[in-house]
Design a protein. Structure first.
Length: 131
């Protein structure tokens, strides 16, 4: 039932130190709503050289369940600045509903990154569903 759904087209850009165990929020739905992600364009680029052992995988996740929505790409343990980790278009067809009201869409690394920064930018589209 899509009654009460609000269409969303969101741009995001961040430069953050990713620790691996904590997701970086890229869509925070309005309070009391659930995201319904239908697609995205995501670009991840190493901004400052990485130091992570072993190599690191980046995923789009649902913060409410820590479930992977889609894998994005991976980087070598010591990826150099300027390395493109991914430039991906996700078409989620029927869409992915958030596991809980107020859950967020996040980008998360698979392992702890000891040092380095990753730049994330892109566009998400979908809807915010009332509970």
């Amino acid at each position: 039932d899509m009654s009460g759904a609000a269409a969303v087209l969101g741009l995001f850009a961040s430069l953050t130190t990713i620790t691996g165990t904590t997701g970086d929020d890229i869509w925070t739905p309005a309070t009391g709503t659930r995201f319904y992600l239908k697609g995205a364009y995501v670009l991840l680029v190493v901004h400052t050289a990485l130091n992570a052992t072993p190599g690191v995988r980046f995923d789009l996740i649902d913060s409410g369940s820590s479930k992977v929505i889609a894998p994005l790409g991976g980087a070598a343990p010591t990826a150099a600045a300027g390395t493109v980790i991914c430039a991906v278009r996700l078409d989620l067809a029927e869409g992915v509903k958030g596991s809980a009201v107020n859950a967020k869409v996040q980008i998360q690394a698979s392992v702890t990154i000891d040092s380095g920064k990753v730049s994330a930018s892109g566009i998400l589209w979908g809807e915010e569903l009332t509970a």
